[in-house]
Design a protein around this ligand. Sequence first.
Ligand SMILES: O=C(O)c1ccccc1N[C@@H]1O[C@H](COP(=O)(O)O)[C@@H](O)[C@H]1O
Length: 219
Amino acid sequence: MDVKVKICGLSKPADVEAVAKAGAAYAGFVFFPKSPRNVSVEQARDLAVLAPVGLAKVALVVNPDNALLDEICGRVAIDILQLHGEESPERVAEIRSRYGLPVMKAVGVATAEDLGQLPAYERVCDQILVDAKAPKGADLPGGNGLAFDWRLIAGRRWSRPWMLAGGLTPDNVARAVELTGATQVDVSSGVESAPGQKNAGLIAEFVSAAQSAGAIPEL
Ligand SMILES: O=C(O)c1ccccc1N[C@@H]1O[C@H](COP(=O)(O)O)[C@@H](O)[C@H]1O
């Protein structure tokens, strides 16, 4: 199956190199000071130029104001904005129109009720990112290595491209793809040796496992 992979939370040149070498489609940079993966605008600018053609650079922001977005979009060669906070559909539409970049909106899921918010976001964004809902009081709205019950979205019809996230690892990504039908997956903590420390071996294993999902084993 042709599964596109996003590796999120890159902070070093070696991370970009590992992601490109593994054949991922997206490289994510986190602009959120509480995250162990947080990067400055300067760091992201220097990392983004290392990405080869074909590797899309994603800026992950959480309830961003225009000043932060102006700085990121003005100084970093970003291809996609990932909104990972409580941005309303109106704010998503405003950001999309103001910056002229594709917007991926993250929606946290824990129960079937959480799926009710999807249509409003599908109307205004370019892609939906379906992530596990962060526990109440968590420091991070994502990047917690938590999965949700994938059966909640199995067989769902989507009106936008979408990506599956939340607690994915090299060991469970193939099963997640097979169960949900996802053609795009996103991972952060599942390819780290410690919080914020990406591991090139795990990145390669993850991409290979995601891309082999659904493949019929050779006899
Ligand atoms: O990775 C982070 O530090 C992060 C911080 C704030 C919001 C989102 C964050 N990461 C995103 O969360 C999901 C799932 O991550 P994980 O694989 O469960 O660790 C993914 O979309 C990351 O882009």
